[in-house]
Design a protein around this ligand. Structure first.
Ligand SMILES: Nc1ncnc2c1ncn2[C@@H]1O[C@H](COP(=O)(O)OP(=O)(O)OP(=O)(O)O)[C@@H](O)[C@H]1O
Ligand SMILES: [Mg+2]
Length: 606
C-alpha cells in the first residue's frame, strides 16, 4: 500500500512521479522506431476523426442547398463527399488499430525488461534484505510495478496524448473557421469538466481506499480463522469469528455503497456539464444560422466536434485515478530498484585462486544489527585438507560463521581469508564456487529430486547425480519411490522428511565438489544409524577438503583435527577431543551430558 507520510506536500510526490516517468523513457527509446510509427498512426487516426465532422458539414450543406431550392436545381447526390466520409471513418479505425498493434511490442518488451531488471536486482540484494522482507510482499510489488508501467504507457499513448492531439486539432478548426466564442465555450466546458472530474475523483478515492482496506481486513480475518480452524473449534468460537467477520463486511458494504453512489454523482455531473456546454454552443450556432452567418452544416459540425471531444474525456476520471495508483505502485518498484546491494564486488575484484584452501578468520567482529553484537574477536585457521569442528549452545553464533565465510554478510572488523586472499577483495562468484554448504535447514525447489540434486552442477550427467545420491546414502530411498528420481518434492521440499532433505542437500554438495566444505548440523535430523553411514561417506568426501563442521551431537565430530567451543559469540575452548576432555571445561561437561543421554552403542566409538 502506498503510504504518503506528509500528505500536505503534494509537489514532492509529483516531482517523484515526473522522475519516475523520466525513468520509463529509456524503455521507450530502445524501440523508438515503433514508437514513432505508433505516434504517426495516432496522428493520422486523429486527423481522420477531426475530418469527419468537417466532411459531414459539407454533406449537410450540399443537401441543404439542394433541398432548399428543389424547384430550380435537380437533386444531386454528393457521392464523392459521402465516400470521403466513409474513407475517413475507415482511416480512423485502421490507424487506431495499427497504433495498438505496433505499440504492443513496445509495451510488453518494456514490461519484460523491467521485470528482469527487478528480479536481477533482487538477487543482488543481500540475504539480510531478503530476511527482512516477506517474499510475497516483494513479488506483489514487482507484479504491481510492471502492471503499472504497462498501464501508464497505455494511458499515455492511447488516452492522454491522443486526447491532447484531438483537442489541439479541434481548437485549430474552431478558431480558424468560426467566431472565437465557440472555441472559448468549448474550452471553458472542457476546463470545468476536467476540474470537476479531478476534484470529485480525489474526494471519491477515499471511499475506495476505505472499501479496499475493509475488504483486505475481512479477507485476512476469514483466512486467519480458517487457518486456525482447530483452535476456533477448541474454544467454541465460531460465532465470535463470524461476528468479527460480519462486522468488517458491514463496514465494507457501507464504503462500497458510498463509492458506487459517488460514482453516479460523478457521472451525472460530467453529463450535466457537457449538456450545458453543448446547449450554449447550439444556441449560439442556431442564432448564427438564423442570422445567416452560419449554415446548417456549421451547426452540425460544431455539435459533432464538441460531442466527439467529450467521448475520450469521459474516461478521464477512471484514468486519473488509475494513473495515480499506477504512479504509486511504480514508485514502490523504483524504490526497490534504488536499494543499494550491501554486498558488492569491488571494482578491482580478482578471481579467487585456490591452492590448497586454507580458511582463516582473524579477529572477526560481527553484528546483524548494531544493537546486538553476535561475534566477538573470533580467530581460527583451518589448514588445507583439515577438519575443524565448531560446537556450542544454540544461538552461540555457529551458523553465522558459515554465513560470513560465504559472504552473505561482511564482517564489521577483522578479516576472513581463503588462501591468504581477503574474501572482500575477490569476486563473490569465485568465492562461492569454492565453497559447498549443507545448511542447517534445507529448503528444496518444488521440482523433481533429480533436478534438486543436479542443481549443484546444471550440466551433470545422470550417472554423476546417481553417484552423489549413493554417497549421500539416499539412492536406495529414491529408487524405491514409485516415481524414482522424478518424484516431485513439494513446496520447499515438504513432502520429504527432514532427514531425506538433508541427504538431498548432502548429495548436492558432493556433486558440486568444491574445495571447502561446510556442514551445518548436516546430519541432525537423521537417526543414529543413517547418521553413521553418512558420516562415513562424508569422511571420504571430506578427505583432501578443507572442512568446517558445525554440530550439536559431539559424537559426530570427535575425529575433527581441531574443535572450537563457542559460547555467546566467543571461542571459549579449543583443542582436539582428547585435549578438551582433559581440560574438564564446558566441552567435557557437554560430552558428559550427551553420553548419559545416549546409550546408543555407535556413538561410544572413542
Ligand atoms: N538475520 C539475523 N538477524 C538478526 N539476528 C540474527 C540473524 N540471524 C541470526 N541471528 C542471531 O544471531 C545469533 C547467532 O545465530 P546463529 O544462527 O549463528 O546461531 P547458532 O549458533 O547456529 O545456533 P543453533 O545451534 O541454534 O543453530 C542468534 O542469537 C540469532 O538470534
Ligand atoms: Mg545454527
Amino acid at each position: 500500500m502506498y503510504v504518503n507520510f506528509r500528505p500536505t506536500e503534494a509537489p514532492h510526490s509529483e516531482r517523484n512521479d515526473l522522475q519516475n516517468i523520466k525513468r520509463m523513457l529509456p524503455f521507450l527509446w530502445s524501440y523508438r522506431g515503433r514508437v514513432f510509427i505508433a505516434l504517426a498512426s495516432l496522428m493520422l487516426a486523429k486527423f481522420a476523426i477531426v475530418g469527419i465532422p468537417l466532411v459531414l458539414k459539407e454533406i449537410v450543406d450540399q443537401l441543404d442547398v439542394t433541398l432548399a431550392d428543389t424547384a430550380s436545381i435537380p437533386v444531386e447526390l454528393p457521392l464523392a463527399l459521402l465516400l470521403g466520409y466513409g474513407a475517413l471513418r475507415l482511416a480512423n479505425v485502421l490507424f487506431s488499430e495499427l497504433r495498438d498493434a505496433v505499440f504492443s511490442r513496445v509495451r510488453y518488451r518494456a514490461m519484460r525488461d523491467i521485470s528482469t531488471k527487478v528480479v536481477r536486482h533482487l538477487y543482488q540484494l543481500s540475504l539480510g534484505f531478503h530476511l527482512e522482507r516477506r517474499t510475497g510482499g516483494i513479488s506483489r510489488d514487482l507484479e504491481r510495478g510492471t502492471r503499472s508501467l504497462s498501464s501508464i504507457l497505455n494511458y499515455l499513448t492511447f488516452n492522454i496524448i491522443p486526447t491532447m492531439v484531438e483537442f489541439v486539432l479541434v481548437a485549430a478548426v474552431l478558431f480558424s473557421q468560426y467566431d472565437s466564442h465557440f472555441a472559448l465555450i468549448t474550452f471553458g466546458t472542457v476546463v470545468v469538466y476536467l476540474a470537476y472530474t479531478m476534484a470529485v475523483t480525489e474526494w471519491r478515492m477515499h471511499f475506495r481506499h476505505e472499501m479496499n482496506a475493509h475488504d483486505s481486513k475481512a479477507n485476512s480475518q476469514a483466512v486467519d480463522g480458517l487457518i486456525n480452524y482447530e483452535t476456533v473449534k477448541y474454544f467454541n468460537n465460531e460465532t465470535y469469528e463470524l461476528h468479527r467477520y460480519d462486522k468488517t463486511l458491514n463496514a465494507w458494504e457501507d464504503a462500497a455503497v458510498k463509492s458506487t453512489s459517488s460514482m453516479a454523482l460523478l457521472n451525472f455531473g460530467q453529463g450535466a456539464i457537457i449538456a450545458i456546454g453543448v446547449t450554449i454552443v447550439m444556441i449560439f450556432a442556431a442564432q448564427g444560422v438564423v442570422d445567416k452567418d452560419m449554415s446548417l452544416g456549421d451547426l452540425v459540425l460544431v455539435n459533432a466536434m464538441m460531442l466527439q471531444l467529450f467521448i475520450p474525456l469521459g474516461f478521464l476520471g477512471i484514468i486519473y485515478r488509475s494513473m495515480k495508483h499506477a504512479m504509486a505502485d511504480m514508485d514502490l518498484m523504483f524504490k526497490l530498484l534504488d536499494r543499494q546491494p550491501e554486498i558488492l564486488d569491488q571494482d578491482d575484484a580478482n578471481e579467487l585462486r585456490v591452492n590448497n584452501a586454507t580458511v582463516k578468520f582473524e579477529q572477526v567482529e560481527f553484528a546483524y544489527n548494531p544493537e546486538r553484537q553476535i561475534l566477538h574477536g573470533i580467530s581460527f585457521e583451518i589448514p588445507p585438507g583439515k577438519k575443524l569442528a565448531v560446537v556450542g549452545p544454540s544461538g552461540a553464533g555457529k551458523s553465522t560463521l558459515a554465513r560470513l565465510l560465504f559472504r552473505f554478510y561482511d564482517v564489521d572488523s577483522g578479516c576472513i581469508s581463503v588462501d591468504g586472499q581477503d574474501i572482500r577483495g575477490i569476486s563473490q562468484v569465485s568465492l562461492r564456487e569454492a565453497i559447498g554448504i549443507v545448511p542447517q535447514d534445507t529448503v528444496l525447489f518444488n521440482e523433481s529430486i533429480f533436478h534438486n540434486i543436479q542443481y549443484a552442477k546444471p550440466g551433470a550427467t545422470e550417472g554423476e547425480v546417481r553417484r552423489a545420491a549413493k554417497l549421500a546414502n539416499i539412492a536406495e530411498f529414491i529408487e524405491n519411490l514409485p516415481d524414482g528420481y522424478d518424484t516431485i518434492v513439494g513446496e520447499r521440499g515438504l513432502k520429504l522428511s527432514g532427514g531425506e532433505k538433508q541427504r538431498v542437500a548432502i548429495a548436492r554438495v558432493i556433486l558440486k565438489n568444491p574445495n571447502i566444505l561446510v556442514f551445518d548440523e548436516a546430519t541432525s535430523s537423521l537417526d543414529s544409524h543413517s547418521e553413521q553411514v553418512i558420516l562415513q561417506s562424508l569422511r571420504e568426501v571430506a578427505e583432501e577438503h578443507t572442512t568446517l563442521v558445525i554440530a550439536h551431537r559431539l559424537s559426530t565430530i570427535i575425529d575433527a583435527d581441531q574443535i572450537l567451543v563457542m559460547e555467546q559469540g566467543m571461542i571459549v575452548e579449543q583443542g582436539t577431543h582428547q585435549q578438551l576432555l582433559a581440560q574438564q571445561g564446558l566441552y567435557a561437561n557437554l560430552w558428559q551430558i550427551q553420553q548419559e543421554k545416549e546409550y546408543d552403542p555407535v556413538s561410544e566409538a572413542d
